[in-house]
Design a protein around this ligand. Structure first.
Ligand SMILES: [Zn+2]
Length: 187
């Protein structure tokens, strides 16, 4: 129940992505059951239309400017692309399309084509002077206090099961904060 609460926003964005994917594939005359790695790449490129990260052309005067107003292309940030690929992998896995993509079988989002697409996005953004968004560092004692508090709450709720909050940087563009990214079980 608690885990669901923490993962709610992730689940909402995943189901939104699922609807977008189905509609996109329907237009192509395909479906998520027959979707190929190439179609996954097409879908990711289509998602790019909603991007807000400027990928500057060479000599753009807004390079390094915090809120650029230039006409350079706007793309999805690399971190967002990575999250979408992870969500797509999970969607296909849920449908039974598991494992790496080999000879027309497996998870199309776990294919070499999609890995190359991600690498191309990374290259394009490093050439386009896109600074990777970095989390504001949170000092370890503060993380520990928060983790201890969450663990205590979880133990109360879960009847003494030792669970551990896992922290990571926020992955939304502009969300420069640490957040709880998962719940782990201590061994
Ligand atoms: Zn620019």
């Amino acid at each position: 129940m608690i885990r669901n609460h923490f993962n709610k926003s992730y689940q909402v964005s995943k189901s939104k992505l699922s609807c977008q994917l189905e509609n996109f594939l329907f237009e192509l005359g395909s479906s998520s059951f027959s979707c190929s790695p190439y179609e996954v790449c097409l879908f990711l490129a289509w998602c790019d239309a909603n991007g807000k990260t400027p990928v500057h052309v060479r000599n753009c005067s807004d390079i390094g400017v915090k809120k650029p107003v230039c006409k350079c292309p706007r793309r999805l940030a690399l971190g967002t692309v990575k999250v979408k690929i992870a969500q797509l992998k999970a969607l296909f896995e849920k449908m039974g399309r598991c494992g790496p993509w080999v000879q027309g079988k497996g998870n199309p989002a776990a294919s070499e084509e999609v890995a190359i697409y991600q690498e191309q996005v990374r290259e394009e953004q490093s050439l386009g002077h896109v600074a990777p968004s970095q989390a504001v560092p949170m000092f370890l004692p503060k993380v520990k206090i928060i983790a201890m508090y969450i663990n205590r709450k979880l133990e109360e709720e879960m009847g003494g099961t030792q669970l551990l909050g896992i922290f990571g940087p926020g992955n939304k563009p502009g969300n420069n904060s640490w957040r709880l990214v998962g719940i782990g079980r201590t061994i």
